[in-house]
Design a protein around this ligand. Structure first.
Ligand SMILES: O=C(O)CCC(=O)C(=O)O
Length: 277
């Protein structure tokens, strides 16, 4: 018997590759996270969405959120009592600008094995068909799928007018959209999907920006298949020592943390970090 999920739910998760909706945090806390992103953009002239893997290392609010014990209880039911955060990212879609996320599997690009990662996606503003909700392809987590890459910009898009939010425009072709599931969420709710789950999202056609925050959790036996990289132990013990330690953001170290997150972005967009399996 798990802390929050029944065995039936756990089995369903591993059979289908995803599960939603669950209540995560309060609407007030979501509003604070959105404000933190807006404040950061004003102060640094940089969107929080810029950080592709290490949002929690730049934003203290995100550092606290990924350690939320209620949400970690769900993670524990799926991956066991020892839990690390490999990464996190704010997904900010301005209204009506055409920004989208192509079909992809995180596992193909994160350089982590075995494929035991779970992605938590938390809605900071409403996530529905109108705002560009995350959609998944049931059972697609059972195999590694081929991706092609377009680079940061889709063909035909003017320079600087980036539309695909993925670092390398990685795309799984020929997905059967009719079989996809739109994981609609209210503010403060979250979904969970397997690290190998094929997922995508369309443009935000509403009148206001859509904010989501995803974080990628692993058990400590998962290894970086490339260089040694940092992660953060959130619960339990790490008996493997496969990872260096992420440092928490503080008002004093913000510049260093931003520089570290830049370096992680550069690794993510480096072709040697593709792990197609
Ligand atoms: O927020 C989105 O629209 C896409 C999210 C995503 O691709 C992810 O969480 O890995």
């Amino acid at each position: 018997m798990g802390k929050l999920l029944t065995q039936e739910q756990v089995d369903q998760f591993y059979d289908q590759g995803f599960m939603y909706p669950f209540d995560g945090i309060s609407k007030e806390r979501c509003a604070d996270l959105v404000k933190a992103c807006e404040r950061f953009e004003e102060e640094h002239n940089l969107s929080a969405a810029f950080f592709k893997l290490k949002g929690h290392c730049v934003f203290p609010e995100a550092w606290d959120l990924i350690a939320d014990s209620h949400i970690l209880d769900y993670a524990e039911d799926l991956i066991g009592p020892n839990i690390m955060a490999f990464g996190s990212r704010f997904w900010i879609k301005p209204h009506a600008d055409g920004t989208f996320v192509s079909w992809h599997q995180d596992s193909a690009y994160f350089g982590c094995l075995p494929h035991d990662m779970i992605t938590f996606w938390l809605a900071l503003t409403p996530a529905n068909k109108h705002t560009g909700v995350l959609r998944v392809m049931p059972e697609s987590h059972r195999d590694g799928l081929d991706h092609y890459e377009t680079g940061e910009d889709e063909p035909g898009v003017a320079e600087g007018e980036k539309k695909n939010m993925l670092g390398r425009g990685q795309t799984i072709p020929d997905m059967d959209e009719d079989k996809s599931v739109h994981m609609e969420l209210e503010v403060g709710q979250f979904s969970m999907h397997h690290g190998r789950m094929a997922h995508a999202s369309g443009p935000n056609n509403s009148d206001s920006p859509r904010y989501g925050f995803s974080f990628f959790l692993i058990p400590p036996h998962v290894e970086s298949t490339l260089d040694r990289r940092p992660a953060r132990l959130l619960r339990g013990v790490d008996e493997y020592n496969h990872w260096d330690e992420d440092l928490p953001p503080t008002p004093q170290n913000v510049k260093d943390q931003i520089a570290g997150a830049h370096a992680s972005n550069a690794q993510y967009t480096d072709p040697k970090f593709k792990l197609a399996s």
